[in-house]
Ligand binder design. Sequence first.
Ligand code: ADP
Ligand code: MG
Length: 694
Amino acid sequence: MTDLPSTPDSLPIASLKGVGLQTLRRLEKLGLATVTDLLFHLPLRYEDRTRIAALGSLKAGDQALVEGRVELIEVLPKGRRSLVLRIGDGTGFLNLRFFHFTAEQRRQFERGRLLRAFGEIREGYYGLEITHPDYRLIAEDEAGRPEATLTPVYPLTEGIHQKALRRLVTQALAYADPEHLPDGLPISLPAASGRLRLWEALKLLHQPPAGCSEASPELAAARRRLAFEELLAHHLSLSRFRARMQTRRAPILHIDPTAAERFRQSLPFSLTAAQQRVIGEIEADLAAPRPMMRLVQGDVGSGKTVVAAFAALAALTSNHQVAVMAPTELLAEQHARSFRQWLDPLGVQVALLSGRAKGESRKSALAALSDGFAGVAVGTHALFQEQVAFHRLGLVVIDEQHRFGVHQRLALREKGARDGLYPHQLIMTATPIPRTLAMLGYADLDLSVIDERPPGRTPVNTVVVPTARRAEIVARIADWVGKGRQVYWVCTLIEESELLQAEAAEKTAQILAEALPGVRTALIHGRQKPADKEATMLAFKAGGIDLLVATTVIEVGVDVPNASLMVIENAERLGLAQLHQLRGRVGRGPGEAHCVLLYQPPLTQTARERLGILRDSDDGFVIAEKDLDIRGPGELLGTRQTGQVQFRVADLTRDRDLLDAVHGTAELMLRDYPERVELLIKRWVGNSAQYVQA
Ligand code: ADP
Ligand code: MG
């Protein structure tokens, strides 16, 4: 043992025996580079090979480990050619059938040889059999001695066999002792009390003793022990990042009171109390010489854009530029329009950098930004991917941040830095994040909540309707349009393919246009040219289109207050967060608003419950909490929704209740155990932490 290096955390898998280059590369695809990574690669389930079943006791459907002597070897040419071995153990016999076999394999099997096999017992033509068993010829002295521990079944990638992975993990487990694998969680902390040590948990999970099962409480405890450490590591990584950012300098931005007042006066509405409060919080941040890192969370329609405009005004009146990043072209264009409308009177130039801006117009936009003529740049993430140079960037606004990854967001921090000054960051999201989860994914941010909607909004009346009543709904569109209101029809497909989505939407648009001759119908989807999309959106906003058939491209941010009826097809296939976002496109103006969730029967019990939640509430926060209860936070904190880290062990459904303790423990560790903090982050967050390195 003493010749083992001090920690497997930095030991490459290549140092283990019997790993080829190809295997290494494939393991890398699974995210496995170090021996510790291998130890954290937990089994999906287990096979029980700890008991040898008597052949006479087998039943079809059993998974069993059997042992016996070869009694008969036959190649059966009838039907599909196969090699059949019959083994017996005195209590009965069993056939082992191989459809694929080599001559060499066949030669191995001699009558009288002892053989051990594992697999599922099935009813065969000649009696019970296992097809393609996991088998091994064994020596006489091995007889009657099954495995001492359960056999792990690992998540795999193509080209790596269970057996190979098991061998590697078994080697890796040599390091699972307190000397080589120190706990990231100091055992003196309250959170560690009553919990297993890290190495114990790992040993238990990779090789549970006979008698255990997947659901055994000791295995559950071991998983939770690891999950705790993993959650802690992620939390610490963001907290440390936050601490580092707070040592950075940022330009001091003061909003000019006269300009602010003029802007306020120019708005066709007065700000809600919540908006004013959040604007105040932002102003205080901007006036400090540290980079602001603030997340503004406000439900769809709560009026986040205008809040961002006030922040922009602070930068502009302090002689700094602003970058506004939106997740879609459609939204970037809409933001450019809003900001132009608001800022033109103040003499501020707004540059739009979207896919549409090419050639000369793009060149002049870039020049305006680097010279400082343009005060605001609006665009998609391309704003930061390309060589966009700012003259004096003071503030970065990221809208609908859940569409960007955590790492993308963090990487952005470094981009605008100049002369040792970092731009402030304002991040906006409509995704309601329960506080406990927010602590984890956004531990580096301060949080402001716009918890109030502009007055005069009535809740969207939501109904859940089977597709059989589609004709009725279509007829309702005509009535609605007759009243001078506008309608969205959203076509959804589970496929992420834009092409298929576009095709489905095209077909629907055609059918609807034919069914509704008096209704001006248009189509918008992701595969259209940006210019066409923008023209359609503008026409819809101006009231020149009554019915807009769309894919989910309109999910985020689109703001057309007169559109007040939305039909969503195949609603049962979408996540609640996404449905809530979509529905947020209506109910943005005065007067009643409706949302029809069309579904394809039959609905599962969960689907019924979920659509019910949406029908009964239009509070994003309530929806998120309830959704979490019935299906877990996968959707909420899934990669698509938040670009969150994928956890190796932690499962936020199962481990949600650990988060409070994680938070408390993180604070203690930052104060008292800085070297453990490093260890934990390196071990669990590893490479992805480099984005977070300040
Ligand atoms: P979101 O928070 O979803 O981004 P928006 O910023 O798009 O919301 O605002 C939704 C709509 O509400 C816009 O048409 C906006 O002009 C309007 N709005 C914003 N604030 C107020 C307010 N205080 N009173 C009335 N309407 C408002
Ligand atoms: Mg918005």
